[in-house]
Write a protein that binds this ligand. Structure first.
Ligand code: DAH
Length: 345
């Protein structure tokens, strides 16, 4: 009997070694502990033994039963653990892989620039004002000191909607007129007016029949050209960096006197001269000047009491300079790759 028990012990241990499946383990369990299992069969032989032998053999039978159960339990645990590890290994998420890029919408270069300039001007106490794109000749030209037949109208030929009175605005300057007229307080104004403008131009790399302007107007007591220069300097530094300088060149606009064109030092070559600034070191950004007394009077302001400055620039031109866009038509071709905010890194 004793030998039999020992033999079973050795056999069981050997059969549990190595790589076996859960099913194999169940079979082994049945082979030893099942109804007809080797250990169960030994227990059945107990009844044929003498009392003395029963005592001794019963003990070793119990031992082998406990031994078999714990050995099989242990194996069962290690098989389950191996299965779990294999599963974990297979289903592992490799977080070191780059994620899938989610393409978000972003403002166009034009819209982005407008928003950023609005932020700047709002911080300086300006209001953002909009006006209609279909405008009266009266506001687009006449009250701006550009009567019918004025030669300065030639540069701003536009699309007429009805006779010669209703047109697509050729500049954002009529928003100055609208605001001045509707403003009850005739002592001060501080506005910027971004928006679409139109001209009867043939499209090429630097002209588009539709484009965007931003107008600025400030009226108060004692406003001088120095205030205009300071304001434009802030815009230039904001857009092109702290080292940017601003200069005025005298110019002509019927609605300002004196009138200037304002240039910024070339951000690409820091004013040394390069193809972007046509080797002059300067880039023209827009027009400006002191609001003409006639325009003030036209809108109910007293030029003896208040004065003001105004400026206007093209947003596409700024975007071309800032983002290195070489063809203005790019802004209207809907090619998403050109928007710097959308470029994938
Ligand atoms: N409206 C002008 C244009 O389209 C730009 C401009 C020049 C606006 C001088 C102004 C100004 O307000 O004062 O060319």
């Amino acid at each position: 009997m004793k030998e039999k028990v020992e033999k079973i012990k050795v056999e069981l241990k050997a059969s549990l070694e190595g790589n076996i499946s859960i099913q194999d383990l169940a079979n082994i369990k049945a082979e030893y502990l099942g109804k007809k299992g080797k250990i169960t069969e030994l227990s059945n032989q107990l009844k044929d033994l003498s009392n003395e032998e029963k005592k001794e053999f019963g003990k070793s039978l119990n031992e082998i039963k406990t031994y078999a159960i714990s050995l099989i339990d242990e194996k069962s645990k290690s098989i389950e653990e191996a299965i779990l590890n294999e599963k974990l290994e297979k289903e592992k998420i490799d977080i070191s892989l780059p994620g899938v890029t989610v393409k978000n919408g972003a403002p166009s270069m034009i819209e982005g620039l407008i928003e950023s300039l609005e932020e700047l001007f709002l911080s300086m106490g300006y209001d953002v004002v909009e006006g209609p794109e279909v405008e009266k000749d009266l506001y687009n030209f006449e009250l701006l000191n550009l009567p019918k037949g004025h030669p300065a109208r030639d540069a701003q030929d536009t699309f007429y909607i009805k006779d010669e009175e209703i047109l697509l605005r050729s500049q954002t300057s009529p928003v100055q007129i609208r605001t001045m007229l509707s403003n009850e307080d005739k002592s001060s104004i501080r506005i910027i007016c971004p928006g679409k403008t139109y001209r009867r131009d043939d499209d090429d790399a630097t002209h588009t029949h539709q484009f965007t302007q931003m107008e600025g107007l400030l009226i108060d007591k004692g406003i001088s050209l120095a205030d205009l220069k300071g304001t434009l300097d802030i815009i230039a530094k904001y857009l092109f960096g702290e080292k940017t300088e601003t200069r005025f060149r005298s110019s002509f606009y019927p609605f300002t006197e004196p009138s200037v064109e304002f240039d910024v030092s070339c951000h690409a070559c820091s004013g040394k001269g390069c193809p972007i600034c046509k080797h002059t070191g300067w880039i023209t950004v827009g027009g400006a000047g002191m609001v003409h007394p006639k325009v003030l009077t036209n809108c109910g302001y007293n030029p003896d009491i208040v004065s003001g400055f105004a400026f206007g620039f093209g947003i596409e031109r700024l975007a071309m300079l800032k983002y290195g866009v070489t063809d203005a038509r790019t802004f209207y071709t809907n090619d998403l790759r050109v928007n710097p905010d959308r470029r994938e890194v």
